[in-house]
Design a protein around this ligand. Sequence first.
Ligand code: NAD
Length: 356
Amino acid sequence: MAEYKIAVIDGDGIGPEIVAQAIKILKKIENLSGNTFVFEHVLMGGRAIDEFGEPLPQETIDVCLNSDAVLLGAVGGPKWDNLPGHLRPEAGLLGIRSALGLFANLRPAILYRPLIDACQLRRDIAERGIDLVVVRELTGGIYFGERGFKDDGKTAYDTEIYSEQEVERIARIGFELAKTRRKNVISIDKANVLESSRLWRKVVERVAQDYPDIAFQNMLVDNAAMQIIRDPSQFDVIITTNMFGDILSDEASMTTGSIGMLPSASLGSSKLGLYEPIHGSAPDIAGQDKANPIATILSVAMMLRSSIHMPEYAQKIEDAVSSVLEDGYRTGDIMSEGKTLVGCEKMGDLIADAID
Ligand code: NAD
């Protein structure tokens, strides 16, 4: 019997509601497996600003560093929107990824068969199947490059910057992942315009030579944005930069029915990982029991695969999500005619009950 420490950041908006459902699932797994999860709740984002005057207190970093995994809801909201950049809740997000050395963000987008009606694409396209993973570089690029104002605040700039080492380590994560999947990697850049993308392309092509069994191609980001809608079934593993990955994974999420379905894992060079839904704090539906908890629950499945070695329970969670959808239960964001509308808490109960 093992004991695992999980740092929990509930966050803002719908964060506490969806995290409560994820913890419900982990408690069910505790009962079934005999392993113990010790949860330590810490603050980040808006609630940390309210309590400590900063979005990412050192104590939060320390607790996360001392854990096996971090579970995060989402942060941010209108209350904190007018603060200066470094004091906004989102600064906590960038800060924690960087403090924990999490340079790779894995964002799977899977269209569950029962959700074909919630998919925004034409039925014949959806029926080809969607099962892709965006491997997004997380601690470099334009989100971390030099930025500022010039000309008395009349001109602003941000800088896209990548080193060979940063590109190589994310590329290797993508190719290693492809080995366990359909063995197909597409690297997405803007090498026809950006110098940083030309370096990106050169390094990824070099890494690709170490993986002769993996089919590989480059794709320009504007074409990729179009191809994800035209035929998402052509994608298996996508490797891309911080900003392109941020945007393309939201786009891919809509092909799966809702942003409320997409989990993510942020990984570094150790076992410690941070697991969170890709969506934000959805202030428009916060506190109304309307949020879809599935993205957060599927993030727990990723946690059980990558940070806590319990892959068989990860599979049980994913099977439970499928069976609840198969039985016709839906939160509002994935609702369609003839299905049963349930709230966030009920969806959590149904999935927990479906885990055997
Ligand atoms: P959002 O993802 O919070 O919401 C976009 C839309 O999707 C909204 O209509 C919302 O109701 C809906 N939605 C999102 N998650 C849902 C779920 N689980 N179930 C049902 N519907 C869901 O994006 P936004 O409105 O642009 O941002 C809101 C706040 O979240 C902002 O402060 C933003 O900075 C922050 N944010 C945080 C993160 C994060 O914590 N990782 C990510 C993105 C945005």
